[in-house]
Design a protein around this ligand. Sequence first.
Ligand code: ADP
Length: 268
Amino acid sequence: HEGQHLQFFIHPFGDGDRLIIARDVTRVANLERMRQDFVANVSHELRTPLTVLSGYLETLADTGVLPERWDKPMGQMLEQTSRMNRLINDLLTLSRLETDDRDFGQRPVPLLPLLEQIVAEGRALSGERGHEFLINCGEGIEIMGQEDELRSAIANLVYNAVNYTPDGKKVSILVNSDPHELVLKVKDNGEGIESRHIPRLTERFYRVDAGRSRETGGTGLGLAIVKHILLRHDADLKIRSKVGKGSTFSCHFPIKRVIQSSPEQQPS
Ligand code: ADP
């Protein structure tokens, strides 16, 4: 009936027979929908009061009327409200990614200029910490997708690489393709991740070291966002890491999403 969700398992036998098992997952699907709606509503409702609060706090800090002993508490209040803003924005982004029409606004996105933009922002984030950046990507490659989403996914991986890699180390973005897929790797030679954590990294709020993540301004939602964006582009995320050696986050795009125009064909 309408609104019913069924899951089918089909098991073929050698002689052409098939065993078909149908499972009613309506309850699970409804619960999932309720969870999504609840998170979206709470985030939305929290946004307005928080905007008012942080607006007044910033004004108050700028007026300079407070005595000096308020400098530290004021700094902490501003920091915490901006952390809450980041959390709410990330939660709203995740809700949107879960529910919006995935084909909306898709077009060929030139890859190299996008990576150059992201690296410029990565450099700004690294600042005095002086990370070295490398891009290895051919010219004229385009990925069929939603530009803002692709930027956000790749930027999340690059910012993580900067945040979890000691000063001055190298962060590389490497793009390779074969007849089946295009692989975009974000590689760092930072602290690495123990293998037992790797399967859980893309879960919401999963962090190897919550204190550390908070220090870097992380919300614990970055990799969940990356995974959802890639899913909407038929792409997979693979993570390889060695403690003390570094991590590689690879995005695997199916070749049907890749457009290769050779540089000679481009108008000059
Ligand atoms: P966060 O906001 O905490 O960075 P993410 O979802 O982006 O959240 O990442 C989840 C966790 O994965 C991080 O808290 C960190 O422990 C680990 N992590 C992510 N990227 C890296 C990396 N390049 N090197 C080491 N650890 C990483």
